[in-house]
Design a protein around this ligand. Structure first.
Ligand code: C2E
Ligand code: MG
Ligand code: MG
Length: 458
């Protein structure tokens, strides 16, 4: 084990200040020393208006590491991080530890975004190598936020706040991200906080609606079922796409209550449909890492009185990858009670064939990006063909997503794909319109049947 805790920041002359300005665990400077450094530099640069950069690095998921391996191991990792950061600091740079798992840098010779990103990538690389804990190796990642003086602030507090906003954005975007503060980023953060607040309010007020997009038999347009899609229009913010608010609810930790309310609404509507029509519902990634998901789903279905065999859950590959073991058991439990499971957006994630073998699915939904190119791009056609052949062998049904033109529909039929959805057959519409669609579809089916009977008899 490398023990770096005894080392002190050698740039400080040993005096009474050393203790007050030093982080006792790692020997790096602390927040006060960082503040001194930044203030001094800002004062120098006030006359000579050359920019400089400050940065923050926060270790991703440090708490679970501490919980899993114990505090001594956690401390050892922090010391090794300090050691690595100090070793790779660029000329004139300074690093401090300012919170348990947060480090700050001053980079006097980094003047703009590109330079900060380059240093961020280098730090990221350096921190991603395994940590030696004697009996085991541990890997971790870090998120970064940078702020360039004087654009992101002239005073220490303001600069730190900007770096913090940038770091927060990195954290929100997942692990190992690097963000350099800008006015647009600040605006983006303000907007998402506004959306978050409005969405929380809308969920409580039960204002997030469910619309339904028909899934049809491509050959004759007969309706087979519907995909439930969340719809939300805020009084002030206007229409907000689920592509925006679903990930936001996931990030900010309230997707569970949203999903529950959507599933309840969707099944209450679908309960009144003819029994042969199924409901397809999108499960979010958070639910795939929660072992209680199938129980929660069943509790809703029981209280609504909806037959689980008429429900399909759409999940994405990316969502399954976060915690494949839990995801696999959630999928198995759902299927055990008769709920079908479809792999959504197939072809856009890792599309690992192993996953199709290891997980038990019922359906695969071919992503719109292939369907929309199928008549103009040979490789998309080949990919769709390959997916269809593979799914046939694995006994999986296939739905083509995003069919917009009759040519695409014809091509899909020619390749042997019989089910699909897309604007050609209908956009997502509210419960009432959905019901009218179902009625009209039933009438068409009866008319078709009568017509074929007449032609047979005649
Ligand atoms: P998704 O599950 O892949 O849903 C299909 C998306 O493609 C929907 O967008 C749908 O309106 C759109 N679409 C369908 N046919 C066509 C077409 O022919 N052309 C084009 N250009 N688009 C088409 P939407 O409703 O904006 O939803 C976006 C994504 O948001 C969904 O992708 C799904 O991942 C997520 N989402 C929507 N509702 C929910 C929900 O209730 N829960 C969860 N967890 N996610 C949801
Ligand atoms: Mg879907
Ligand atoms: Mg999809």
């Amino acid at each position: 084990m490398t023990n770096t805790s005894a080392e002190f920041d050698n740039s400080i002359v040993a005096d009474d200040n050393v203790v007050a300005l030093t982080d006792p665990l790692t020997g790096l400077g602390n927040r006060r020393r960082l503040m001194d450094k930044v203030r001094k530099l800002a004062a120098e640069r006030a006359d000579d208006p050359a920019p400089f950069t400050i940065g923050l690095a926060n270790i991703d998921g440090f708490k679970p590491i501490n919980d899993l391996f114990g505090h001594a191991a956690g401390n050892e990792i922090l010391c090794q991080i300090a050691h690595r950061l100090r070793a790779c600091l660029p000329d004139g740079g300074f690093v401090a530890r300012i919170e348990s798992d947060e480090f700050a840098f001053v980079l006097p010779l980094v003047f703009e975004k590109k330079g900060a990103e380059k240093i961020g990538r280098m730090f990221k690389e350096v921190l991603s190598a395994p940590y030696d804990l004697g009996d085991r190796n541990v890997r971790l990642s870090a998120s970064f936020g940078f702020a360039v003086y004087p654009f992101a602030g002239e005073q220490f507090a303001e600069l730190m706040k900007s770096a913090d906003t940038a770091l927060y954005r990195s954290k929100r975007r997942g692990r190992s991200q690097i963000t350099v503060y800008s006015e647009e980023i600040a605006e983006e953060m303000r907007y998402s906080t506004e959306v978050e607040q409005a969405l929380r309010r809308a969920i409580i007020a039960n204002e997030v609606e469910v619309h339904f997009q028909p899934i049809i038999s491509i050959a004759d347009g007969a309706i087979l079922g519907f995909e439930a899609l969340a719809r939300w229009t805020d009084r002030e913010l206007g229409f907000i796409s689920p592509g925006v608010f679903i990930p936001l609810a996931e990030e900010r930790g309230f997707i569970d209550s949203l999903t529950e309310s959507l599933l309840r609404k969707a099944t209450q509507t679908a309960r009144d449909w003819p029994a042969h029509l199924f409901l397809s519902f999108n499960l979010s990634s958070a639910q795939l890492t929660d072992p209680a998901t199938s129980l929660n789903v069943m509790a809703i279905l029981n209280s609504v009185g909806y037959d689980p065999r008429r429900l399909e859950m759409e999940i994405t590959e990316t969502a399954m990858m976060t915690d494949p073991e839990t995801a696999a058991s959630v999928v198995d439990e759902l299927r055990a009670v008769g709920i079908g499971v479809s792999l959504d957006d197939f072809g856009t994630g890792q599309s690992s064939l192993g996953r199709l073998r290891d997980f038990s699915f019922d359906k695969v939904k071919i992503d719109r990006s292939f369907v929309s190119e199928i008549t103009i791009d040979q490789s998309s056609e080949h990919i769709v063909k390959a997916i269809l052949t593979m799914c046939e062998g694995l006994n999986l049904k296939v739905i083509a997503e995003g069919i917009e033109t009759p040519e695409q529909a014809a091509k899909l039929l020619e390749l042997g794909c019989v089910c699909g959805q897309g604007y050609l057959f209908g956009k997502a519409v509210n419960a009432e319109t959905t019901y009218r669609l179902i009625k009209a579809d039933q009438e068409t089916q009866i008319r078709n049947r009568n017509a074929s009977l007449t032609s047979l008899n005649g």
